[in-house]
Design a protein around this ligand. Structure first.
Ligand SMILES: [Zn+2]
Length: 171
């Protein structure tokens, strides 16, 4: 059996209990701004499959990261330490994809001992958008940031949706 891949993360991080939620990832030593800290490893799955398995209760979505429109990565399978990075509404890391692999980057100088976070911008895998109240109930955020939006669900997009799917005007 293959061991889960840990990729190279140049020994910047350690996994330990977090005040935000469960287990978190912390800086072992100062991490310079712009550092590629670790790849987000995991099994790639079509979102349609995730939705079906989640609906049947066969898959938890705790460590699922959006990759693109059709594909997600489940860090619960073949994942690495990156899956333990907690969400914050005021994060110090960001995810960027290169060659279809998501990487966690430090978007600011992170002091030794600080917890690493990124904004999950969770998109509901449901076909419809959750109300704000339901978002907070089902996916609550405890990041403690002053600007905390109270949920891991992404805020509504400001961009205009393409007109071709626009609903007809209501009476
Ligand atoms: Zn928050």
């Amino acid at each position: 059996m293959d061991m889960p891949t840990t990729q190279q993360h140049r020994d910047f991080i350690r996994v330990q209990p977090s005040g935000i939620h469960g287990t978190g990832v912390f800086a072992k030593r100062p991490i310079p701004k712009g550092t590629r800290v670790i790849a987000y490893a995991g099994r790639r799955l079509p979102k349609s499959q995730l939705q079906e398995e989640a609906a049947r209760g066969e898959r938890q979505l705790t460590y699922v990261l959006n990759l693109d429109k059709d594909t997600a990565i489940d860090g619960a399978e073949q994942g690495n330490e990156a899956r333990f990075i907690n969400h914050s509404c005021d994060p110090n890391c960001e995810v960027y994809c290169f060659d279809e692999t998501p990487y966690i980057y430090a978007m600011q100088e992170i002091p030794a001992g600080a917890e690493l976070t990124f904004d999950y911008m969770l998109q509901s895998i449901l076909s419809h958008r959750l109300s704000r109240a339901l978002s907070r109930e089902l996916f609550p955020c405890n990041c403690g940031a002053p600007a905390c939006r109270g949920t891991l669900i992404a805020p509504p997009k400001r961009k205009r949706a393409p007109a071709r799917h626009a609903a007809p005007p209501q009476g």
